[in-house]
Design a protein around this ligand. Structure first.
Ligand SMILES: Nc1ncnc2c1ncn2[C@@H]1O[C@H](COP(=O)(O)OP(=O)(O)OP(=O)(O)O)[C@@H](O)[C@H]1O
Length: 483
């Protein structure tokens, strides 16, 4: 997407296309995660039914689940890459929150959240975000590196509580993500009672003619268009800080681009614009550069996903019962960390979960047929360690980092429609363990020549030998789990 492209036209074109596609009436259940039509063959060779399918989670949903499951800051030793646009304003970084000369009550809030020192992205972004005159910024860094905390701190610092009108506007792609951001803001501002925050999200209704007095508005684009453009509950022309959170998700979400653009057009020229995004896609950057004038651009280099620090094994099983025995043995010796078990179908996942629960094991089940609230509840419990094992399908194979996961078990190896190894999904699945340089363990259950062939394809693809492990060799598994 070229800079200065007309978003409205672009969004309208996309809308037309979507309507066209919808009118062909492609049913979700006729598609598999990667969007190809299904073949009618299930994982265990049984006739496939609707349970097989997993609608891929949306980028917004993934982002939310990611936020829910993460306990703390992601460790990252990678460098910050700065693409500076304005050579007249020097960039500097800080090593402590004191160095930012924040309002003391705000600083108290930061410390009360347990933040002792700024994260990598915060070190570089915050001095620029808080500097005067205000500078625009496009920041990209992976999930969990402290972006939200960075822009929320900047938002709160820019508020003038004496002015009783909205001065800061933050757009999030979904209701849930907006609420998450608002919660961070409320916590950080816990010692600044004079700062008022308002959510512009579904369910929030206000009478016509109301003039909002809150300083910060956090909302979804549709509702903010209603409040700021249609009903003029607040004056977009008085907004001095505009944050687009999850810029990548915004771009991927139909209609959000258009609405964000309508809002952006009504902001004053000198409004400080901050774009935060987790991904590095070109279109995200082009989109951002198209509307953020003269931005300071910073990126935290991403850690490459590799299998180097993950020990991979396979266990030979004769049948499903054997696979179950292997899982039970592994469960019995997982004393440290947590495990994720991937199944090919929802049906297998729920069968396994019922069987394990029936045998008194504490396991959680997360598959695509759960509503978002239920998924959140399951992940909440898993994050809190209430269950040590999470049984899931490909729905969680990508994009969710569960730091405390030390063991990934492929109850079923990932295969494509032709029943060949799906190496990309394999990488994503076992990449759930061994994150950020930590050691991880992956155990693959193989139940016959066909699966063994799939395993061989995976070995060949990655050029790495996967060693055999005896399911009865509990001591060995235990040792590996502790390493
Ligand atoms: N300086 C800090 N010190 C300690 N913990 C921090 C710090 N900054 C943020 N955190 C914590 O780290 C976690 C991740 O931070 P945050 O949500 O800001 O990351 P993010 O990059 O916005 O992630 P996402 O892309 O998923 O939104 C949160 O639990 C947050 O409370």
């Amino acid at each position: 997407m070229a800079a200065n492209i007309d978003w409205v036209t672009c969004a309208e074109e996309q809308e037309k296309l979507i309507t066209k596609v919808d009118s062909i009436s492609l049913n979700k259940t006729d598609r598999i995660p990667n969007g190809s039509p299904k073949t009618g063959i299930g994982a265990e060779g049984e006739p496939e039914d609707k349970n097989v399918d997993e609608a891929p989670i949306s980028p917004a949903e993934r982002s939310l689940l990611q936020k829910i499951i993460r306990k703390g800051l992601v460790e990252n030793k990678n460098d910050i890459e700065v693409q500076r646009k304005d050579p007249t304003s020097p960039l500097f970084s800080i090593k402590s929150f004191e160095a930012l000369h924040l309002d003391p009550q705000l600083l108290k809030g930061v410390y009360a959240m347990g933040f002792n020192a700024p994260s990598k992205i915060q070190e570089t972004a915050l001095p620029t975000l808080l500097a005067n005159p205000a500078q625009n910024m496009i920041a990209q860094s992976q999930s969990g590196t402290g972006k939200t905390a960075a822009f929320v701190l900047a938002m709160l610092s820019r508020v003038d509580p004496k002015k009783d009108y909205p001065q800061v506007l933050c757009l999030s792609p979904t209701y849930e993500l907006a609420i998450q951001t608002g919660e961070v803001a409320a916590k950080m501002a816990q010692f600044c009672p004079e700062i008022k925050i308002r959510f512009a999200v579904r369910g929030e209704e206000i009478p016509r003619g109301t003039k909002l007095k809150e300083h910060i508005i956090i909302g979804t684009p549709g509702k903010v268009v209603d409040w700021g453009v249609k009903y003029q509950f607040f004056d977009l022309g008085k907004v001095s800080v505009f944050v687009l959170d999850e810029a990548d998700v915004m771009i991927a979400t139909q209609g959000h681009q258009d609405q964000s653009f309508r809002i952006h057009k009504l902001l004053p020229r000198n409004c400080q614009i901050m774009f935060f995004s987790a991904t590095y896609e070109h279109d995200v950057m082009d989109f951002a550069e198209g509307i953020v004038s003269n931005p300071v651009i910073i990126r935290l280099k991403r850690e490459e996903e590799s299998l180097d620090n993950i020990k991979q094994y396979y266990v030979m099983c004769r049948n499903l019962e054997d696979k179950y025995t292997a899982i039970s043995n592994i469960y019995g010796v997982v004393t440290i960390g947590q495990a994720m078990i991937f199944c090919h179908t929802r049906k297998t996942a729920s069968w396994l979960s019922e069987k394990m629960s029936g045998d008194g094991h504490a396991v959680a089940l997360l598959s695509g047929d759960l509503a978002i609230e239920q998924r959140i509840a399951v992940l909440d419990r898993f994050r809190d360690g209430k269950e040590k094992v999470l049984i899931t399908t490909n729905v969680l194979a990508r994009g969710i980092d569960v730091e405390q996961v030390t063991i990934v078990v492929n109850f079923d190896l990932p295969v494509d429609l032709a029943r060949k190894a799906d190496c990309e999904t394999y990488l994503h699945r076992i990449g759930r363990t061994g994150r950020f340089g930590k050691a991880g363990l992956a155990i693959n259950l193989v139940d016959g020549p066909e699966t063994l062939a799939v395993l061989k394809q995976i070995e060949d693809h990655f050029g790495k030998k996967i060693n055999k492990l005896d399911a009865e060799d509990v001591d060995e598994i235990e040792k590996l789990g502790k390493e």
